[in-house]
Design a protein around this ligand. Sequence first.
Ligand SMILES: Cc1ncc(C[n+]2csc(CCOP(=O)(O)OP(=O)(O)O)c2C)c(N)n1
Length: 625
Amino acid sequence: MDALLEWIQSPSHLKKLSRESLSGLAVELRERLIQTVSQTGGHFSSNLGTVELTIALHYVYNTPEDRLVWDVGHQTYPHKILTGRNERMSTLRQQGGLSGFPRREESVYDAFGTAHSSTSISAAFGMAVAAKQTGSQRKSVAIIGDGALTAGMAYEAMNNAGASECDLLVILNDNDMSISPPVGALNQYLAQLMSGRFYTEAKKWGEQVLRNAPPLFDLARRIEQQTQNLIAPDTIFEKLGFTYTGPMDGHDVDGLVEALQKLRGATGPQFLHVVTRKGQGYAKAEADPVAYHGPGKFDPAVGLSPAVSSKVTYTQVFGQWICDMADKDPRLVGITPAMREGSGLLEFSQRFPGRYHDVGIAEQHAVTFAAGLACEGLKPVVAIYSTFLQRAYDQMIHDVALQNLPVVFALDRAGLVGPDGPTHAGMYDISFTRCIPNMSVACPADENECRQLLSTAYAQDHPVTVRYPRGAGVGAAVDKDLNPLPFGQAKLVREGQGVAFLAFGPLLYEALKVAETMDATVVNMRWAKPLDVQILTDIALSHDRLVTLEDGTRKGGAGAAVLEALQDLGMAKRVLVIGFEDEFTEHGDPGVLMKQYGLTAAGIQKRMSDFWPDLQAEKLLRRVA
Ligand SMILES: Cc1ncc(C[n+]2csc(CCOP(=O)(O)OP(=O)(O)O)c2C)c(N)n1
């Protein structure tokens, strides 16, 4: 078992293998993936699909000198295994262990850090231009999936690169899947290329043209030339300046080696279209690549077991809310940039297909599309992860907020995300949304409030974001009705004295634990914007010490909003602002990380006694169990 794999500590070992043995290596690599990912959880079906391509790339290219830039990077586990990280695969996505994505600091073979999609062609092109400018002979390769190719950035890069004379290879790993089934016209186009229908149809058309042609020699010759073009018309990639090769079988490692050897020596922008199957080699993943896109741990002999958790997640709360609201209001339209399952929109997509839009990995378009819908009186709800909204910042400001359009942004995965790590962290949205005029920012503290504040947001005539974290909260019972809460109003949850906690979001419950030990006041602020200035004024007048809490960055966040408001009120005082510090968070277990970053009751107490040493002396702070 694993005879070849164990011996391969780096691609230099791989290169010593005969071409005939590469398919055997692919079998071992696939087994290794099944064995490790079933124990750690992580991206699965995409990695099974890139086994042969990864072997062929490292076999032919001189890595790390040649640059491999993987798009998204969720399919790089075979690459990690072949580049000296095989033994550490059991640490994948755990704190201190291997990242689930390429990271430059993790390995010299990880030429470019990724996790957000559709950056590979731009980055690899940058590297190709740098090689040219510095007189280096090294090669640059971007490997991008058909899902990632739905994003505008990929075309911006091809438009730029295709007009250059740089030696860049773009490999399209076409498995006819995004996370969910693929969407859009491009997908249909790629399907035509794959099936050969493109050629057949063009040929038929060519024959018709010929039949009607007058029998003049020169005209016939011209038509013959035209017909040749029609039989093998330029692909869209050729039109963009690339030399196109393919489509070819992405599981034929020998064929891939041969093609890559030719392409490595070719000059100018090259495009290789490779066809793979998501989940290849593990029947259950082949049959259901969506479920096996990013599973948790599972027994390979049995496959995924149905989720047993009785806790409702925030995502499910949102999924239920949007269905209920859509039932009530025919103007509601739901939009997702390629995250149907992750955002809890599966049921909505089935029940309201005409009002459901998966726009592909196109966050910018998703937001401006929503703006267009809102202009015409519809009520768009953009379901988007906090981290991916970063992509659509200008669209949020310029297309939505500036025109004061009533778009609801349902921001999932706000705060710490855990195993996906810093690339997916939802720490920044309070800061980057609250500075936008016309925009309101709701921070529900639990599942029920999430549903209620979504209803409040929906009832407004201006844009609102509602941010909620990954997974389940405290387990608050969720109303059946669609009861909005008052817009912009905070709620006094506990009356105490001396210290007041102003909580934005789920940290409310940690604040309550601390407050119990010291008879402090707790306010559920609910809105980072607008701030409830009335309650803030009352609290500031009646309490010596204020503590703000948020699961976002302290820089420019909700605590900073409190400081600004106090300053404006002429009530400036020393406030302890608790949130994430000005640094990128690590990947790992969210519970452990929240402790590490001090965002638990004990951590809050520690920060308080550091900030106000006399609190300790006054014995106001008793330890939270
Ligand atoms: C900007 C951005 N939006 C959404 C995602 C979430 N996401 C991760 S992988 C993926 C699908 C990628 O599809 P494809 O490129 O075809 O790769 P495959 O998973 O099929 O191997 C999506 C939507 C992301 N990583 N980045």
